[in-house]
Each structure stands twice: as structure tokens, then as C-alpha cells.
Design a protein around this ligand. Sequence first.
Ligand code: XIL
Length: 315
Amino acid sequence: MTRSLREAGEAAGMPIGAAVAAKALKADAGYRNLLNREFSLLTCENAMKMGPIHPAPGRYDFRDADLIADFARSHGHRMRGHTLVWHNQCPKWVDHGKLPAKQLAKALDAHIRTVVARYRDVVSCWDVVNEAIGDDAKPRPTVWSRTLGAGYLGRAFKTAHEADPKAVLFYNDYNIEEVNPKSTATIRMVEGMLRSGIPVHGIGIQGHLMADRPPDWKKVKANFRRIGELGLVMQITELDFRIKGRPTAQSLRRQADATRRLADLCLESGHCTGFVWWGATDKYSWVPGFFRGYGHALPFDRSFRPKPAARVLTA
Ligand code: XIL
């Protein structure tokens, strides 16, 4: 490869990033080298989620998040913070759903203030709320919405903004690449927040996709356009293009073509400020564990060699 993804992304004004697994970062020098060479926008795959970082009321465990943030600081990466409010990977003390509204709201405020303030020198954007809309395109019932009502959304964004007025604040979700009922509901929700003066700046599009069944690019293009029309930025936040079974020359080609197509639409949109893979190497991808029978979803293989999907971004 003539240049790295890192160089290509910076040159295009669209940093290319990867989610980082703390355990691998500790153990694997090859992985550390790959992250440094190829990416400039890191995110924590798990370490900044509420369960891992805030395991008991008022007790934080910053070890893994600090490790990743220190790595990012010392190698000149920026970070995306992921994520302040989510219904998964919540600590037990929140998840049991028995905290009264007043207490839960106070805990949420304290959580956001503490975590955002700690990393504000290196985290330039935050996924403030993750996956608040269900697959039925309706607000997802979660411990947050049930206990606090729909107002928890605005509250979270306001608190994050107070904790770091410079941070770009995102709403993040999956299956919102194309124009479809869920992306429409997302845009309506964000529009509503903007009208109420809530500091929301961007939409994070996760992008857990299939190489063999890429999205309808026309619908993706139209969706990107309407995000821009609202004056918002967007980022691809958790990209993987999973392949069924063993990879073949053809499936790797398809993965590369889909990657290139998505990156082009992002670049053409003029308001895509990041392109982040949900991992760097197939060696540590969450895909095989979550999507049965699928894998090989990331730009570098298990031996850290660039796949066509990496080469196509650096050409
Ligand atoms: C996943 C991680 O990759 C796994 O290691 C963990 O076990 C579960 O969460 N949407 C998100 C991410 O916003 O936080 C999820 O990450 C993947 C789906």
C-alpha cells in the first residue's frame, strides 16, 4: 500500500477510525502498530460504556478507558466517545429499573459530567444517546425512557454540552443508512430536539452491514442529503461489512466495492466528518460472536494484512 488509511482519511478531511478493544491493546504489539499506522480517530469498543466505566453508584472504573485515551493522546489520535446513554451494557444498579426518577436523573447527570470532563482533551465527539429508536421506528422502551420519560434525551445532550461545550454531540443508531421508517423517525426526533434548542450536532450511522447485500445506494444518498439539509454533520461510526462463510476473492471484492461506495457518498455529502470501523482487524472483531456464520468484516485480516477493502480507500 502506498499510503495508510490514516493518511488517506486526513487528506480527504474525513478521518478514518477504529473501535479499540482494551484487552488487545494491552496484549498485542502488532495491534497497537496497526492502530497507529492506519487510523486517526479511535473509539472504545466497550470501555466508556456505562456498565464498564460506572459499575456502582458514584464508583467509576476508568482503567480501560484511560488506557485507550492515553494511547490516543500519545500517538496523536482524536477520539469518539461511545456512549453516554444506552439500554445495553448498563450497570446493574441502573438496569434493575428500581431507581426513582429523581435519583436516576441525578445519576445520569453525574455520569455524563464525570465521563465527559475526564476525556475532554482527547474526545472531540460523543455518542450521547445510542439506539433510542426501536426496530419498529418507535421510541424504544428502556430504563431511561420508562423512568424519566422522553425528556431524558434532551437532558443528556444538555448535560454533555455543559461538560464540554466544544464536543460535537451525536445521536447514534443502526439501520439508518438508507431512507427508511427508522431513519425517518430518527431525523424527526433530532429535528424536534433542534427546535427545542437542544445541543445536538450530528447523526452517527453505525453501519453494521453485509458485503453480499449492500444497502440501496440511492436511498443512502438521499438519506445523507436530508441529514445535511438539517444543518447536521454525520459520521459512519461502527462500520463492518460482514461476509458469510469463508471469504472468496469475489466476496472480498464486494466488500471493497461497498466500502468505496459508502466512502464516496460520505465524501460527496460534504458533511461527513468521520468514517469509523467497528474494529481494525478480523482478529478481534465482534462479528463472528454476534452474527452467526459471518465474519471477515474489517479492513485488515487476522494477520493485519490489508484486505481489498483497505486498499480501495488508499488508492
Ligand atoms: C458491541 C461490542 O463490539 C461487543 O464487544 C459487546 O459485547 C457488545 O457491544 N452497537 C453499538 C456497539 O453501539 O456499542 C456494540 O458494540 C455493537 C452494536
